[in-house]
Design a protein around this ligand. Structure first.
Ligand SMILES: [Mg+2]
Length: 377
């Protein structure tokens, strides 16, 4: 326990950094191309000596509608709202942030993460332990093949298989003929055994989705993420009813409100939970509760987070058995690592989470010092 009494703890200062990290190579999905991780790092300081929390936002403009520039502006506004208040009252702080800012969950997720980090450090417990979990789960990430020609995609899938990854995710969504050709080429290269997951990123219309999924059934596909436009929940239920491949909602499930609607419409078999969409850990925990209640299983996924936000995400996996698929690979696409502590990647896609209090990861201060910065105090 800390030396400042819990109801006297206060937020004294918030630092905001434009955390840009270059990718190893450009990454293409049906919605667009990404070349660098345009993230935001948040540090929330308190009146207890040395106690601060860290969080990270990773926007994808064509999914979450925000950018690094917009998040820099919004972060300054949000910081003003919570300055001087108690960081342990997470429900109250998130209520204030969510009341002030609609439809921008990504930057809120960075504040949510930093508040939970403070709670964990203050109580001297890792987040998964605060949520009642035990750090004994085997966690392995899949690896994702971006969109290109069938031959190139098959070569990349084979590289990932040979590197020992236990499952491969493939980006599709450009049309029945080309997408079936891609999966055919990949299966010819890697065989039929290794689990294959696909993600159309809203690229198909309803008829194309149903046709394509039926043609892909013979290639042993675990599930398909977001086959059609994100807002068309009623058609998603139709696609699910006519697809031999289980359907996973991704862009159509941002927060727990979306999760409740999709579950009540029986529109999907899985949720893909990302902190950048959910607005952080608090909403992610609520999505998981809805999934458990509705008989839906979950995957955790990522945008272009560093190991900082991915470590926060891994605490959820350790704490909640409803999460059965792990797509925690974004840090492997970054050419630099601005994080100290946190998850480490082992052979065969294995991920190890340390038992350090809070998130258990921090930003390398030398790296942050190179970035554009704002201080609210
Ligand atoms: Mg997806």
């Amino acid at each position: 326990m800390g030396n400042v009494k819990f109801n006297d703890l206060k937020i004294t200062k918030i630092e905001i950094f434009n955390l840009s990290v270059p990718l190893v190579k450009p990454f293409t999905i049906s919605l667009g191309v990404e070349r660098n991780a345009p993230n935001t790092a948040i540090k929330i300081h308190t009146n207890q000596d040395g106690l601060y929390g860290v969080g990270e936002a990773s926007p994808t403009s064509f999914i979450t509608g925000d950018t690094q520039e917009s998040n820099f502006v919004l972060a300054k506004m949000l910081a003003q709202l919570i300055k001087g208040k108690n960081p342990l009252e997470i429900e109250n702080r998130l209520y204030e942030l969510n009341r002030e800012l609609k439809l921008n969950p990504t930057i809120i997720s960075a504040f949510d993460m930093a508040l939970y980090d403070i709670l964990g450090k203050y109580t001297n417990m890792p987040l998964y332990a605060l949520w009642g979990g035990k750090n004994d789960r085997v966690i392995t990430t899949d690896m994702t093949v971006g969109i290109s020609s069938p031959e190139e995609m098959a070569n990349e899938a084979l590289e990932f298989k040979n590197a020992g990854f236990p499952a491969i995710k493939v980006k599709l969504g450009e049309g029945t003929e080309i997408d079936v050709a891609r999966i055919k080429a990949i299966r010819e290269a890697i065989g039929m055994e290794i689990p294959l997951r696909i993600d159309a990123n809203q690229g198909w219309d309803t008829v194309t989705a149903i046709n394509t999924l039926n043609q892909l059934a013979k290639y042993n596909i675990e599930h398909c993420e977001e086959p059609i436009l994100r807002w068309n929940n009623s058609d998603l239920a139709i696609v699910k009813s006519k697809s031999p491949i289980p359907i996973m909602a991704d862009e159509s499930v941002f927060d727990h409100f979306d999760a409740y609607r999709l579950a009540s419409m029986k529109a999907c078999d899985y949720f893909n939970i990302k902190l950048a969409k959910a607005g952080g850990l608090n909403s992610a925990l609520k999505i998981i509760s809805i999934a458990e209640s509705a008989g839906i299983k979950s995957q955790v996924g990522c945008m272009l987070e560093t190991r900082l936000a991915l470590t926060a995400l891994t605490h959820l996996v350790v704490a909640r058995k409803n999460i059965v698929h792990f797509d925690i690979d974004s840090a492997l696409y970054l050419s630099e690592d601005p994080v100290t502590g946190g998850i480490t990647y082992g052979d065969n896609g294995n991920i190890f989470l340390p038992d350090t209090p809070g998130i258990g990861a921090d930003f390398n201060q030398t790296y942050l010092d190179k970035m554009e910065k704002a201080i609210i105090d």
